[in-house]
Design a protein around this ligand. Structure first.
Ligand SMILES: *Cc1c(COP(=O)(O)O)cnc(C)c1O
Length: 379
């Protein structure tokens, strides 16, 4: 078996940086030289570039993806006791922000194939207190938005899309029109955490919407609730995108589609290597969404996951479990979720998924080494 030179990582941000180093260094230097670290020109420029890329009217930059979710729920005027439906199989931030604002997280099960929120489960969970649905576009592809929008319309609910893992994914409606993830519902939120598909070199996030009044409210909330300096209109937070991160993101946004192609290439290599193996289920592509492969996640069947992980680690191949414990079983959230409610699919996924290295810098030699190593264990 071939040895690979550079250490294999889940995400290789250094090699990615090296390819755009002169451009990136110049962009960072420019901010330092200007000393406009907060609300410098790069913030507006990135905002406008992202609006164009997403074909959305308003992008509101903020400090991170968790804040983006919180700001969205504050701006929509959600009140203590309002129920918010979201997926049980997601990163904690989604439910954390709901609970933090005194709203009631209503966790629902997900689809076994796409890992995304199950529409039938949403429908069952709607009560007169339900105010919003937060679909999470998990691992890089869109939840099935068209039926979610229909449910939301029928029940007058807001739809807050958590796009932290799927920036750039396209959703196609039955009539053939397409929209970018996050621009479909009432409002979209995203994260530019370094390992996300559009990653800053630190924390960063944004909201997007086509609703002007909502955009104004979000911008105000993200800036201490000020309508103008020292005039506080509403209760706000301090959640800014800093100028250096904006300059970095502005450079990387130009390559985002290229990066998605590189990720898809790696995913296709993995798919080919594993398909036909009864012990390994490759990720299922939802029929209405492109996939930007934030994660490449397998479902194992009759393979000891811990031992596979150890086997890979012994060959210097990292792997991760996203997510090992469902949110309804977490100490912090147990009390705020419906006791006794069962989540068979989420529990099954937590017990059987494993994510392999997925990033923009995986070459065939590395992919071969990884897939050979998985297959020699899961024969
Ligand atoms: C990363 C992530 C977030 C939070 O983003 P941060 O920028 O780390 O605060 C929220 N939701 C999902 C699904 C995520 O993957």
């Amino acid at each position: 078996m071939v040895k690979v030179s550079r250490n294999i990582q889940m995400v290789d941000l250094v090699s990615q940086y090296e390819k755009i180093k002169p451009e990136m260094d110049a962009a960072i230097q420019e901010v330092i030289q200007s000393a406009r670290f907060i609300n410098g020109p790069s913030v507006k420029e990135f905002q406008s570039d992202l609006e164009k890329y997403l074909e959305v009217k308003y992008v509101i930059p903020c400090a991170n993806g968790t804040d983006a979710l919180q700001i969205a729920m504050m701006a929509l005027g959600l009140k203590r006791g309002d129920e918010v439906i979201t997926a049980n199989f997601t990163f904690a931030a989604t439910v954390e922000t709901i609970a933090f604002l005194g709203l009631v997280p209503v966790l629902v099960d997900v689809c076994a194939d796409t890992f995304n929120i199950d529409i039938k489960e949403i429908e069952k969970a709607i009560t007169p207190k339900t105010k919003a649905i937060v679909p999470v576009h998990l691992f890089g592809q869109c939840a099935d938005m068209e039926p979610i929008l229909a449910l939301a319309k029928n029940h007058q609910l807001f739809v807050i899309e958590d796009t932290a893992q799927a920036i750039g994914a396209n959703y196609t409606f039955a009539d053939g029109t397409t929209k970018k993830a996050g621009t479909i519902g009432t409002i979209g939120t995203t994260s530019f955490f370094p390992s996300k598909n559009l990653g800053a070199y630190g924390d960063a996030g944004a909201l997007y919407t086509n609703d002007e009044a909502l955009a104004v409210k979000c911008r105000m909330i993200a800036n201490h609730g000020q309508s103008k300096q020292y005039h506080y209109e509403v209760l706000g937070v301090n959640s800014r995108l800093d100028s250096i991160q904006a300059a970095i993101l502005k450079v990387k946004l130009k390559y985002l589609d290229e990066y998605a192609v590189a990720r898809n290439k790696a995913a296709t290599y993995y798919d080919k290597a594993f398909s036909g193996n009864p012990k390994i289920a490759i990720p299922v592509r939802g029929k209405n969404s492109t996939h930007v492969f934030h994660q490449y996640t397998l479902k194992l069947n009759g393979v000891d996951r811990d031992k596979l992980k150890e086997h890979l680690a012994s060959k210097a191949i990292p792997s991760m479990i996203y997510y090992p414990v469902a949110l309804h079983s977490q100490k912090a959230y147990r009390h705020s979720v419906n006791e006794g409610k069962k989540y068979p699919v989420t529990d099954q996924l937590c017990a059987s998924v494993i994510s392999l290295p997925m990033h923009t810098e995986l070459d065939e030699q590395t992919l071969k080494y990884i897939t050979d190593s998985v297959l020699e264990f899961a024969k």
